[in-house]
Design a protein around this ligand. Structure first.
Ligand code: CMX
Length: 432
């Protein structure tokens, strides 16, 4: 724990001072306005959440602590967690220490395994992951500390303790879900000499190919965080803001990630690609693909893996996976179809004229890579995403506890109230 605790203790006064300074100087300054459409439309683009770990701009995509994600594609997930949490890249020593910490504490608690075994065969892997984390909740140091009267200033230390316990175990839990649900049910022990992602790759037991371990590493890096306004992060920080401990918060965040408009989309993208492969008995030509996409659009269906609520360019995470495939010369069917879709879909969507962003998001290729390495059970893909996203949401929760953020409590309005507000605003607006 010391490696992170030491660094966080150093940056803590800086985080707190920045926040205090903003409040002191600008407390009453209005920085944005909100339209009726935004209130009705899922608070889209309303700058209402504080998130220091990462940012997503329409023109560039994800930056982690200011660093473009493409510049981090060689990093390990431990390095990313350190960066997310502290704002600084770790030294080699710090990275190794964090790696050791996560491996040393890697346990699959008996009570968690019992819960996983007791779940229905039809339970979705995401429901299993979420339930497993709740089954660990009784171990929460945060809850114990809160109940015994720990001061508000100290709560971040117990949050950190829980985050490390959760992140240490989540790979074993996810691998157990995979082995129980899709393989022979025999669990593979972690190897203490390996780092967090290499161990995860090993425990999944999908492939011994070193490129598989490298793919798992990259997958865990690229999905780690995507600012604070998406469903899973916002849920996680909201739950944690009630001083529910990280086990509750991450479990709830994963429940949001399990939705088809969020994390489950990668599962749907792969189904789409498999559909194409089956329909054309292999890899179709660009013309065939173009016609296939139009057929979908004419039927009122979306093109999975394309478009984004924030991005207006190719998702750099897509680019990182694409480069990975190029680097290793991977061109099995699904990857080849994903690459071909990239040549065809943006023009089709532009011509179609509806999607604000005709470019691919990360899901357009991630599943194809997993599939071609032998992880063919795509209902598991969101679990891979969830393991990674736990890094970012843990870091966000940690940040809020460090700076002492209050409980999240936006104001809701009734339809009638909103109408009244709109009428009042219209009445006071100068005529154009
Ligand atoms: N194919 C066809 N139509 C699309 C489209 C796509 N890939 N993306 C957007 N559109 C349509 C929308 O359905 C919407 O149509 P209506 O006006 O008829 O409702 C219109 O274009 C405008 O939508 P938008 O503002 O561009 O997109 P949103 O912010 O509303 O939604 C997203 C974003 C990702 C849900 C949407 O692009 C989509 O459904 N894409 C396909 C599914 C997908 O890839 N999801 C992965 C998301 C990854 C992530 O969020 O991290």
């Amino acid at each position: 724990m010391d490696v992170l605790k030491t660094k966080l203790s150093q940056v803590l006064p800086i985080f707190r001072a920045k926040r205090a300074q903003l409040l002191e100087r600008y407390s009453d300054v209005a920085v944005a306005s909100v339209t009726v459409e935004q209130i009705i439309g899922g608070m889209r683009s309303v700058p209402a959440v504080l998130c220091d770990t990462s940012s997503v701009s329409p023109s560039e995509g994800l930056r982690i602590r200011g660093i473009p994600i493409l510049d981090l594609s060689d990093a390990t997930p431990e390095e990313i967690f350190f960066l997310l949490a502290t704002g600084e890249r770790p030294t080699d020593e710090e990275r190794t220490a964090l790696s050791r910490l996560l491996t040393e504490h890697a346990v699959l608690p008996d009570e968690v395994l019992a819960v996983l075994r007791a779940m229905q065969p039809t339970a979705h892997p995401m429901a299993m992951l979420s339930a497993a984390l709740l089954a660990m909740e009784h171990r929460s140091a945060f809850r114990r500390a809160y109940e015994s009267g720990a001061s508000k200033d100290q709560l971040w230390e117990y949050t950190l303790e829980d985050c490390i316990a959760l992140l240490s175990s989540i790979t074993s839990i996810a691998a157990a879900i995979y082995r129980l649900k899709f393989r022979d049910g025999v669990l593979i022990e972690p190897d203490p000499s390996l780092d967090w992602s290499a161990n995860f790759a090993r425990m999944l037991g999908v492939s011994d190919d070193p490129r598989w371990a490298d793919l798992v590493r990259l997958y865990l890096v690229l999905h780690s965080d995507h600012e604070g306004g998406n469903v899973s992060a916002f849920t996680g920080i909201t739950v944690a803001s009630a001083l529910s401990d990280p086990f509750y918060a991450i479990s709830a965040a994963l429940d949001g990630l399990a939705g088809p408009l969020h994390g489950l989309a990668n599962q749907e993208c792969l189904a789409f690609i498999l559909d194409i492969r089956q329909r054309f008995n292999g890899i179709p030509s660009n013309d065939q693909l173009r016609e296939f996409c139009w057929e979908r659009l004419r039927n009122g269906q979306v093109i999975p893996g394309y478009g984004h609520a924030v991005l207006r360019v190719t998702d750099p995470r897509f680019t990182a996976f694409y480069k990975f495939a190029e680097h290793y010369g991977l061109d099995d069917d699904c990857i080849a179809i994903a690459k071909r879709l990239y040549q065809v879909v943006p023009d089709v969507l532009r011509e179609h004229g509806k999607a604000k962003n005709p470019y691919p998001n990360v899901d357009a290729i991630s599943g194809s890579l997993l599939y071609d390495f032998g992880m063919t059970e795509f209902t598991f893909y969101t679990v891979m995403f969830g393991v990674s996203r736990a890094l970012g949401i843990c870091a966000q929760i940690l940040f809020h506890r460090m700076v002492g953020s209050p409980i999240v409590r936006p104001k809701s309005v009734t339809l009638a109230e909103l109408e009244q507000m709109a009428q009042n605003a219209t009445a006071t607006q100068p005529a154009s």
